[in-house]
Design a protein around this ligand. Structure first.
Ligand SMILES: Cc1cc2nc3c(=O)[nH]c(=O)nc-3n(C[C@H](O)[C@H](O)[C@H](O)COP(=O)(O)OP(=O)(O)OC[C@H]3O[C@@H](n4cnc5c(N)ncnc54)[C@H](O)[C@@H]3O)c2cc1C
Length: 429
């Protein structure tokens, strides 16, 4: 265990902490001992890519980085046993090496797999679930430092209770995940007027295995992305220009803040001329890209049928009241699942994510947007900014009380409960 790292911060720099101790245990025994004796409370960290203060803590921050790698795999069942500290990018390469693949991926591959499970991290696809839907078994060190193993065959409820874990039940050290056989994807990207995209939203997302779109503020245009499995040979993936595009949008915002009509016209006409992209690549090179321009983010998961109307309201809010916002709005779809604290619990979902560059405080924009998401039944992404506490969250999750009962069983002494977690979970601090 190291003494305090001077300061911990999340990826965007918005959440900071000065823990008394920072530990990176190497073995289960060491981890168990730390859970029993390190300064409390204790929070686990993957790579700090969450925007909410889930990791913030002045007790001990504990990294599971050393619990990594491919431990075993079953070529018949297409399952793999992996360390929960494995980064998603490394995991993808390890799986590909044994002919397996993740069915879907999010926008980046930097997170630890355990961290992704911690907030119900997801990609896009009407039939594709979040990462936690792959869980077959998990090894977890509970609040008394005891190592426990649960598998779907014998304890389905425990997997469903802890699948979206929030780091509230214990340290997830290893998981068994169900994968699919390696595949290649045909990736297509094109632009279209937002009105057309919204009118054809359902047919577009059902026509493709994975589909999503970005609305570019003040452009009237959207960038659509759709990917489908193919047997065609791989072609060359063009270099990604996502970061350059975001920087250009910021410059246009800065130069043209007094001329909103000109900004709209310039962005709209330039955007409509963006050439389409069409290539074939192995699955692990298709879904993710680099995100080098930093931002803060709010994402709400809405009942699928509410998505288009909510997006319309968000666009109108942004374009009438927040001219300083230049980051695109991201719209994705996610399949329903049975995990009790999953925002996709038993409902097909349309997820809308809004971003604000780190150089400005995002809260005025996010606070104005949140009621639009909430009135349409949205559940917040656990790792992205929101203002909800146990009172509101418990009404959104039908199995909330059951999940909290399992949490009490796993962490009877509230070792993993910081003030933020107490508000989130409704635990007396
Ligand atoms: C640039 C960027 C792009 C993103 N893209 C997407 C996206 O496409 N889709 C999406 O859904 N989200 C996305 N996110 C959000 C991100 O995926 C989640 O916040 C994810 O939880 C971060 O993983 P992490 O390893 O950094 O976890 P952390 O932020 O470090 O931790 C998240 C939670 O998991 C817990 N935890 C971590 N490891 C363990 C463990 N081993 N055992 C128990 N608990 C643990 C922590 O205590 C905490 O509660 C993005 C974030 C950024 C910054």
């Amino acid at each position: 265990m190291r003494d305090a790292i001077s300061q911990w911060s999340n990826w965007s720099g918005y959440v900071t902490a000065r823990p008394q101790a920072f530990a990176e245990p190497q073995t289960l025994d060491e981890l168990g001992e730390l859970v029993r004796s390190a300064p409390g409370p204790m929070r686990f960290v993957g790579t700090g890519h969450s925007f909410t203060p889930l990791v913030r803590n002045d007790g001990t921050i504990l990294s599971l980085d050393r619990f990594e790698g491919l431990k075993a795999h079953d070529p018949e069942k297409l399952t793999a046993r992996v360390g929960a500290g494995t980064k998603i990018g490394a995991l993808a390469k390890l799986l590909h090496g044994v002919g397996q693949a993740l069915p879907n991926m999010g926008d980046i591959d930097k997170q630890a797999f355990g961290g992704a499970l911690g907030t119900a991290t997801h990609g896009s696809g009407i039939t594709l679930g979040a990462y936690h839907t792959q869980l077959e078994a998990m090894q977890i060190v509970d609040g008394r430092g005891e190592v426990k193993e649960f598998d779907r065959a014998k304890s389905p409820d425990m997997i469903d209770a802890m699948g979206a874990s929030l780091g509230a039940f214990g340290a997830v050290t290893e998981v068994t995940i169900r994968n699919v056989a390696s595949y290649r994807m045909r990736y297509r990207r094109w632009t279209a007027p937002i009105a057309d995209v919204l009118a054809q939203f359902e047919s577009t997302v059902t026509a493709h295995r994975s589909a999503e779109f970005y609305y570019v503020p003040f452009s009237g245009q959207a960038l659509l992305i759709a990917s489908d499995i193919t047997d065609a040979p791989a072609t060359v993936r063009p270099p990604t220009e996502d970061d350059d595009a975001v920087t250009t949008l910021r410059k246009l915002r800065d130069y043209l803040s007094w001329f909103p009509w000109l900004r709209r016209r310039l962005i709209g006409s330039a955007f409509a001329k963006v050439p389409p992209e069409d290539y074939v690549e192995e699955w692990l090179k298709v879904f993710t890209s680099e995100r080098n321009v930093k931002f803060n983010e709010m994402e709400y998961h809405l009942p699928f049928e509410e998505g288009a109307a909510a997006l319309g309201e968000i666009i109108s809010l942004l374009e009438t009241r927040f001219p300083d916002v230049y980051f695109p709005i991201e719209v994705r779809v996610v399949a329903p699942d049975n995990v009790w604290l999953s925002p996709f619990y038993k409902r097909p979902t349309c997820s809308i994510a809004i971003h604000h560059g780190v150089e400005r405080d995002p809260m005025a924009y996010f606070n104005a947007a949140e009621p639009i998401f909430r009135k349409r039944g949205g559940r917040p992404h656990w790792g992205k900014m929101h203002s909800l506490t146990a009172k509101e969250l418990s009404a959104l999750y039908p199995r909330w009380n059951d999940a909290m009962a399992v949490r009490r069983e796993m962490d009877p002494d509230n070792r993993f409960v910081t003030p933020y977690m107490a508000r989130l979970l409704g635990v007396a601090a």
